[in-house]
Design a protein. Structure first.
Length: 483
């Protein structure tokens, strides 16, 4: 991304003349009610704009209804099963095998998602946002006064500012089309009333790894088909290797360097055909091979919005597209597929469009978490960038097993890494692999965002005993005498 629009874009006469006219009372149309859309709508209302939000599937979008909220609720249930691994060591008897009722689990998953969606709707209505249910299309030309039409069915809405937050949908590969019963995307898993006897997961990225780990913990036999050398190929190498080791220890079959060529129904299940001729038979198959942006057929290119070859909306660091007063946020932009990033992009878009103080998006300050067991949380630069010489930094690593609180909890697997700038000692990144790593990464996120040094982190008090104590200890090991 760049903090300026592409150099070949020249402002239109309307933009040059009308740029200063966007002010309090402006008419904003937000297309898409996910985190990027509803957060933008709330900011726009806070700044005095009139806001219409158009959503076709339900407030909260995929993040709330079919992705983040449902999947993490399912994973939270599965986590209870992994906690029992240390029961005997802690002197606790589980009195037999734990079992899972998937009908109850998925009913709760969908109920929580629906409740969250309704809470978002109530908040938007309370703030004065007009909500229109339906599919929107952006008008190709803007009017002389600098506005453009957004069409929703028979409703034509005149907008001074448009925010695209249309999200993304599960990628479907030819020969593995989902039927919602045996061959499924991540949006369809919650229809299951029974635990799959043998779930074959195609794709070992974040989504595939999370669901494979969760269903394995819930008691299903799981085979994970990975086209790469290891699971989670885009993550910290040591963290990914640890997760794969844990998967195998818990009985999961991981097929590395194995590409799925097709998935077909059988009489009582599925057959996953690999490119080398092998066939993996199972009861169900989850195809988790990424997502495609929801940008086709809504008038974007006609409106002057430039799309990348993958179909994502091209944006700069303040969420501007290449079209006059059209902004974009979230998964449709392809920046980072995180709800937190979508929400920030949406807020930044409205701050910029409506003339409020704004800082461009800084992806180096984005914390991310993978909800496996243990979790993997990251912030800032990667160890690979330091090892390659791309970043001049230092690395320290502490195994979580040496932490006294971890010993008490029976935690053996995991580690903490802290990365600092060699010349200044400023914290520039880190990795936490542990239960609740998504919570533990926050001190490092504050350090990276505020350019704290390792000494400043080390000199802050931590609770004894606590898992965060390892973060302070790691920072102390990076101290340079005399600095």
């Amino acid at each position: 991304m760049n903090d300026a629009l592409p150099p070949d874009r020249t402002p239109s006469r309307h933009e040059e003349v009308g740029a200063s006219r966007v002010r309090s009372g402006s008419r904003v149309v937000v297309i898409g009610g996910g985190p990027g859309g509803y957060e933008a709508a709330l900011v726009a209302r806070q700044l005095g704009a009139g806001v219409t939000l158009v959503e076709r599937s339900g407030l909260g979008g995929a993040a709330v209804l079919t992705d983040v909220v449902p999947s993490k609720t399912l994973i939270a249930t599965a986590e209870w099963m992994t906690i029992t691994e240390s029961a005997a060591e802690l002197g606790i008897s589980t009195c037999g095998d734990l079992t899972v009722d998937m009908a109850v689990v998925n009913a709760r998953v969908l109920e929580l998602a629906a409740r969250q969606s309704e809470d978002i709707r109530a908040r938007l209505l309370a703030e004065g946002v007009r909500i229109v249910d339906g599919e929107a299309r952006v008008g190709g030309a803007h009017h002389e006064r600098g506005t453009r039409d957004v069409v929703v069915g028979d409703d034509v809405i005149e907008a001074e500012i448009v925010l695209l937050a249309t999200g993304a949908s599960p990628r479907v590969i030819p020969g593995a089309e989902p039927d919602g019963e045996r061959i499924m995307t991540w949006a369809q898993l919650y229809r299951l009333d029974h635990l799959p006897e043998h779930l074959v997961v195609v794709g070992s990225g974040v989504t595939g790894a999370e669901f494979a780990g969760a269903y394995n913990a819930l008691g299903a036999r799981v085979t994970l088909v990975s086209s790469r050398d290891r699971v989670l190929p885009g993550e910290d190498e040591e963290a990914a290797e640890l997760i794969e080791t844990v998967f195998r220890r818990r009985g999961m079959t991981v097929l590395s360097r194995s590409r799925a060529a097709a998935v077909r129904r059988t009489d009582d299940g599925v057959a996953v055909e690999l490119s080398d001729g092998r066939v993996v038979e199972g009861s169900h198959c989850l195809v988790a091979v990424g997502a495609v942006p929801n940008t086709a057929g809504i008038g974007l290119e006609e409106a002057g919005v430039r799309l990348t070859p993958s179909g994502h909306v091209q944006v700069d660091r303040v969420s501007r597209t290449t079209a006059f007063r059209i902004y974009a946020a979230g998964d449709c932009t392809g920046v980072l597929p995180l709800a937190s990033v979508a929400a920030m992009q949406g807020r930044i878009a409205m701050w910029h469009a409506l003339g409020d103080a704004v800082s461009p998006l800084d992806t180096r300050a984005v914390a991310a978490n993978i909800f496996t067991a243990p979790e993997i949380a990251t912030i800032g630069v990667s160890e690979a960038e330091i090892r390659s010489g791309e970043v001049d930094g230092e690395v320290t690593r502490l195994p979580i097993a040496r932490n006294p609180r971890a010993k008490m909890l029976g935690i053996r697997e995991g580690f903490v890494k802290v990365f600092s700038e060699r010349s200044s000692g400023v914290v520039i990144g880190g990795v936490v692999v542990a239960p609740r790593a998504g919570e533990l990464i926050f001190p490092l996120t504050l350090a990276v965002s505020n350019r704290l040094t390792v000494d400043q982190v080390a000199n802050a008090f931590t609770i004894y005993p606590s898992l965060t104590g390892s973060l302070g200890e790691a920072a102390r090991t990076l101290h340079r005498a005399g600095d």
